[in-house]
Design a protein around this ligand. Structure first.
Ligand code: NAD
Length: 432
């Protein structure tokens, strides 16, 4: 079985490393984050991802999954080296390629024999060429390599499921035989494989995230109109979704998308487009609507409560979506900041994201129980669609609050039921 190096063991790299090990490969997880690697070497998984603890444990114990900070220990003996480092937004919206550059240069230094380097991080169009050049500059003269673009489509919160059940495997390469060898690694998963040129593969990732983000902003615009005209966006989306040309997915109105992918990838695509002389108006609008949603949410609270100065308010949800502790670009965190800035006294609860939130917004009060969070408050804002919020005892919530105002930023509840319970209820696009 092949030996694989995974460079960067974050949300993508760690799940992939563990999954490839589970498929029988020998995997080295390499990261420059020393505390993270020390934790992983002791069997501690540093992120919350359902099923990941078990997957890592099983493969560590079987000796198929090892962690190191030392490229020299992993790269020379690897047939495949996957680049899974972060590519966050720069200040002006471009993808920050510093980690990719550093990884490529270091990989180059340790290449031995023939190696296939796989770009799994989301990288701007043309990055396959860049990674090739950087490796060329540092590699030993007798080492050879091919670079294959293999963008990733997993979703945080269901990443373990997604890696074993991918919708498709996209492989972009100049060297078709290298792409075919990468395809072999995935063969047991029985997913459709598309082999194409590198630039098209890189674009498939950006275009896929952009259309998903566009659907969310589209339905959010429809939600705004529904609010004004007295229609219910949830029913509207349901009615639209039956049409096979439209489909039901990504038509959930709310306070918008967040996370480490959609916002940054739409920004990066818009940036690339502008640099190339295009005018990406749709992409800009998708981002603008998305930010509007969280501002409108807080404005709705002000419409109901008036001045927020000194008002006790509960916030349920901090992660950018359910089943993850990731708070990167989380709409909930923006809402939290806006509430604090307007002088509200916020008690925030999330099943897993409190430690990460407290590290970036220390001024809020965090409580470890959803009911304790609402006690004595004038409003409850629901910002993340965790199942535990859907199943909460809302009658109990109401009895604990000082004023029963419920702002449902994820349309988890039925307006009529909430009003029957005695709440002043506002959803997103539910016809006020
Ligand atoms: P992450 O920030 O969780 O992990 C990146 C890891 O890379 C970190 O542990 C960091 O320490 C490490 N790193 C940075 N520089 C390094 C270097 N020079 N050598 C070794 N390790 C280094 O990021 P992520 O969420 O896993 O995303 C990784 C890439 O995958 C990004 O390009 C992202 O857009 C893409 N992606 C992410 C998701 C997702 O849901 N998170 C889904 C699809 C694609």
């Amino acid at each position: 079985m092949p030996v694989i190096s995974i460079i960067g063991v974050g949300y993508v790299g760690l799940v992939y490393g563990a999954a490839f090990a589970d498929l029988g490969n020998t995997v080295y997880g390499v990261d420059i984050d020393v505390p993270k690697i020390e934790q992983l070497q002791r069997g501690i998984v540093p992120i919350y991802e359902p099923g990941l603890d078990e997957l890592v444990k099983r493969n560590r114990e079987a000796g198929r999954l090892r962690f190191t900070t030392d490229y020299a220990e992993a790269v020379p003996q690897s047939e495949f080296v996957f680049i899974c480092v972060g590519t966050p937004s720069t200040f002006d919206g471009d993808a920050d390629m510093r980690a990719v550059r550093a990884a490529a240069e270091t990989i180059g230094r340790y290449l031995c024999g023939h190696t296939i380097v796989v770009n799994k991080s989301t990288m701007p169009i043309g990055s396959g060429d860049l990674v090739t050049q950087l490796i060329e500059q540092t590699k030993p003269p007798d080492a050879t390599f091919s670079v294959v673009s293999n963008p990733e489509f997993l979703r945080e919160g269901s990443a373990v499921h997604d890696v074993f059940h991918p919708s498709r495997i996209v492989l972009g390469a100049d060297d078709r035989s290298a792409a075919e060898r990468v395809a072999e690694l995935y063969r047991v998963l029985n997913a459709p494989v598309l082999i194409t040129d590198r630039r098209s593969a890189e674009m498939i990732k950006y275009a896929s995230n952009a259309i998903l983000a566009t659907r969310i902003s589209f339905i959010n615009e429809i939600a705004q109109i529904c609010d004004q005209l007295g229609a219910d966006v949830k029913v509207v989306a349901q009615g639209m979704g039956f049409d096979p040309r439209i489909g039901p997915h990504f038509l959930e109105a709310g306070i918008g998308f967040g996370g480490s992918c959609f916002p940054k990838d739409v920004r990066a695509l818009a940036y690339m487009a502008e640099e190339a002389g295009c005018h990406p108006q749709l992409l800009h609008t998708v981002l603008e609507i998305n930010l509007d949603q969280r501002r409108r949410f807080v404005r709705t609270l002000q419409d109901v409560l008036g001045d927020l100065q000194g008002r006790p308010v509960a916030l349920w949800g901090l992660s950018f979506k359910q089943d993850t502790d990731d708070i990167r670009e989380s709409p909930a965190i923006d809402v939290l900041r806006m509430l604090l800035q307007r002088g509200a006294q916020v008690k925030a609860y999330d099943p897993v994201a409190i430690p990460r939130a407290a590290a970036v917004v220390p001024q809020a009060q965090y409580v470890g129980d959803p009911y304790a969070a609402v006690e004595g408050t004038d409003a409850l804002l629901v910002a993340t669609p965790w199942n535990e919020f859907k199943q909460a005892d809302l009658a109990r919530v109401k009895s604990l609050m000082r004023t029963p105002v419920l702002l449902d930023g994820r349309n988890l509840y039925e307006p009529t039921e909430m009003r029957a319970l005695g709440f002043v209820y506002r959803g997103v696009g539910r016809g006020i």
